[in-house]
Design a protein around this ligand. Structure first.
Ligand SMILES: *Cc1c(COP(=O)(O)O)cnc(C)c1O
Length: 463
């Protein structure tokens, strides 16, 4: 299937064959707890609520479109990861999934560390009081300014991504009189997505240093010689939205192989390995994600087994979940605008947002679900495509879903599992005003990122 946006006209070839989409759920009014945030339920009138507040009240108070984030759920997921991995491991929340000062404070309070990959993310983390030693700095093209700021502020680790960066970070650290703790990111030849992974010798991508052809070993050799660096471990991140642990198994096997080679060559056992993030969540009822304790158990077993076989001390493990913590905790609330039935195809339901607040469908062919949340309905299910208001026919929020046939303009619908990579990837396309993020907890709703205004747009436009 083509993923590209189509400039104009009907996409004759893109009509789904019968049976491509799942059958309608037995009851469209049920909000599947698998895809909705923990405290989401319906009240006595059938209106969906989160954190004890109903969505009609939220829409009146904060407008639509808006992201509503269940703070209790966020904290519970963060804590579940922390507890599952225990005191002998570190959990770094991947800030790129969604970052704000409130979120940084919650993470700090729940005992998590934080991954950042830009000066802006670092500034947000520091502004919210995350101790620098609990921050890891990532990225394949960190600028000199970013590296300098990271070293000066004392970040716990910089993850080195290239040969040039090894020298660059060492030079900056030395000239500041520092010795920077670093990990070296390697590409292990494993690419994992959802239910499959591919293991090859090489990986064709921009991140990390290939394990293949002794390149990663050479990177370690060079880094160990530089006074400005303290090499604490090896880093590997294999993909995203992964349900199947076998990709991690191959990755761990290869990373431990490198640790063994380093021990044999240099007589040192690096104390840490980072296995990255990428753990999947349920976007639809068909997805079956694993619980943090199952993931922790599986990863610990894999690493201990590989290390025992290589007669290495088991290193301290770290992981970097982003989506798995924040993804399920938020939904996007939209108001239905126009409804356009296309005979024999489907009904197009237009909402007051679109690809500017959720680019993942257009970008990755991502799947989402959707529900009518301002009321219940006993009407028949109708096949819909939820689309935005942007000037682009690829402006799709939910490709195929069912909503009740009596859906009407003014109804509120919500798309669950939009906590990760939606607000953080939001754009101003068509001069859309990026929606707010509202944290809801025990009957209180608080804006943590406010809605953009036309003044915000015009402030950047210097005329
Ligand atoms: C994106 C990323 C993550 C987080 O990925 P999720 O799919 O959100 O868990 C973790 N580590 C690195 C290095 C990443 O680039």
């Amino acid at each position: 299937m083509s993923r590209s946006a189509h400039p104009a006209g009907p996409r004759h070839a893109d009509v789904l064959p019968e049976g491509h989409y799942s059958a309608p759920p037995a009851d469209l009014n049920v909000l599947d707890p698998k895809v909705w945030a923990q405290t989401v339920t319906r009240d006595g009138q059938g209106v969906a609520t989160v954190g004890g507040i109903d969505v009609k009240t939220l829409a009146e108070q904060f407008g639509t479109p808006a992201y509503f984030l269940d703070e209790a759920d966020f904290r519970a997921r963060a804590r579940a990861w922390r507890t599952a991995f225990g005191p002998d491991a570190d959990v770094f929340y991947a800030g790129k999934a969604f970052l704000s000062r409130a979120v940084v404070r919650w993470l700090h309070e729940e005992g998590l560390n934080l991954d950042v990959c830009s000066g802006g993310e670092l500034a947000t983390a520091l502004a919210a009081g995350m101790p620098a030693e609990r921050i890891a700095f990532h990225g394949n093209n960190k600028s000199t300014e970013e590296i300098t700021r990271a070293v000066e502020s004392g970040v716990g680790r910089i993850v080195l991504d290239s040969f040039q960066e090894i020298v660059r970070v060492a030079h900056i650290a030395s000239s500041l009189g520092r010795r920077q703790r670093v990990q070296i990111r390697v590409t292990v030849g494993v690419e994992a997505h959802t239910h499959e992974f591919i293991a090859t010798a090489h990986e064709d991508q921009k991140f990390g240093i290939p394990l293949a052809d002794g390149q990663a070993a050479e990177a370690v050799r060079r880094a160990l010689q530089l006074d400005g660096l303290e090499v604490i471990g090896i880093h590997s991140h294999i993909g995203s939205q992964i349900f199947d642990m076998s990709g991690f198994e191959v990755a761990a096997h290869r990373v431990v192989g490198l640790l063994k080679d380093i021990r044999d060559e240099h007589g040192i056992e690096l104390p840490e390995i980072d296995l990255g993030g990428g753990l999947g969540i349920a976007y639809t009822s068909d997805d079956d994600p694993r619980e943090p304790h199952e993931i922790a158990k599986a990863l610990n077993e894999i690493v201990s087994r590989e290390c025992d076989a290589a007669r290495l001390r088991t290193p301290r493990i770290s992981v970097e979940p982003g989506r798995a913590i924040v993804g399920p905790t938020a939904f996007t609330l939209y108001e239905v605008g126009t409804i356009k039935p296309l005979d024999g195809l489907r009904t197009y339901v237009s909402v007051d947002g679109g690809m500017s607040d959720n680019i993942r469908t257009a970008l990755y062919d991502a799947e989402y679900s959707v529900a009518l949340v301002s009321r219940t309905s006993d009407a028949e299910p109708m096949l819909v495509r939820v689309v935005g208001k942007h000037c682009e026919s690829g402006d799709i929020v939910v490709k195929d879903a069912f909503l009740p046939a009596d859906l009407a303009p003014g109804d509120l619908i919500a798309v669950p599992a939009t906590g990760a990579y939606c607000r953080s990837m939001a754009s101003n396309y068509n001069h859309a005003l990026r929606p707010p993020v509202v944290a809801v907890n025990e009957g209180e709703a608080r804006v943590i990122v406010r809605r953009e205004t036309e003044e915000d747009l015009l402030r950047l436009d210097v005329g």
